[in-house]
Design a protein around this ligand. Structure first.
Ligand code: BEZ
Length: 215
């Protein structure tokens, strides 16, 4: 995946959106942002995805996380498309801005390209308040994304950040389930960090590296 990736700062591009024009860093500052790209307006998969984002908007709002869409058409086209998006997904309101990229000049700079198709992908970056990419999904145009997974991954990032990355979330983790303790944390430090205690899995290797805690 060439171009910006995990840990890189998103370029501070000036973007035109359905709300107003702004510089990306001004939008990102002070909160986490889910930035998601779409190959084009009035296309079937994108219509379902943007509708789902509108339906989930309150979930992101509750977490203090902003949404920012991007589609490879102009602002008037985006505005004409929004009624279709909301009609197809009952209960959806497209309250978030959508960036215009009619000349496909922005997507390469944000590394939202499908190199096989040589065109725009269904990419999604979760960007931290420091304007750096914390997580990326890269899907081809033929595969719609799963908004439950976007939320789940976001919850994992927020949980890890809250604990200074001294914890991680295991397979299929959901909020309220136990987390695992980073191997960089000693048992002594873990006792202080997790007053409810932690359990070390007994494994054939006896290495004691898989420690599970409630937080
Ligand atoms: C689309 O909605 O973007 C799409 C639908 C069928 C095939 C490829 C893309």
């Amino acid at each position: 995946m060439p171009g910006i990736t995990l840990g890189d700062t998103v370029p501070n591009l000036e973007v035109e959106t359905t709300h107003k024009n702004f510089k990306l860093h001004d939008y990102f500052s002070d909160s986490w942002t889910v930035l998601f790209s779409h190959p084009g307006d009035f296309t079937p998969v994108c219509t379902t995805e943007l509708g789902a984002m509108g339906k989930y908007a309150h979930e992101f709002e509750q977490r203090g996380v902003k949404l920012l869409g991007l589609s490879c058409d102009d602002i008037q086209s985006h505005k004409d498309w929004i009624p279709d998006i909301e009609a197809f997904t009952p209960g959806s309101k497209v309250t978030y801005p959508i960036i215009a990229d009619p000349n496909k000049e922005i997507i390469p700079q944000l590394n939202m390209i499908d190199s096989i198709e040589n065109g725009p992908s269904r990419a999604l970056h979760i960007v931290g308040p420091d304007c750096k990419i914390k997580l990326s999904f890269l899907y081809p145009s033929t595969t719609g994304r799963n908004m439950d997974e976007v939320l789940r991954a976001l919850d994992s990032l927020l949980m890890a950040a809250k604990h200074q990355n001294k914890i991680a979330t295991p397979v299929n983790w959901r909020p309220d389930e136990p987390v695992v303790i980073s191997p960089a944390v000693s048992d002594e430090e873990a006792k202080k960090l997790f007053p409810k205690g932690f359990k070390t899995a007994e494994l054939p290797s006896k290495k004691g590296y898989l420690r599970v805690a409630d937080v």
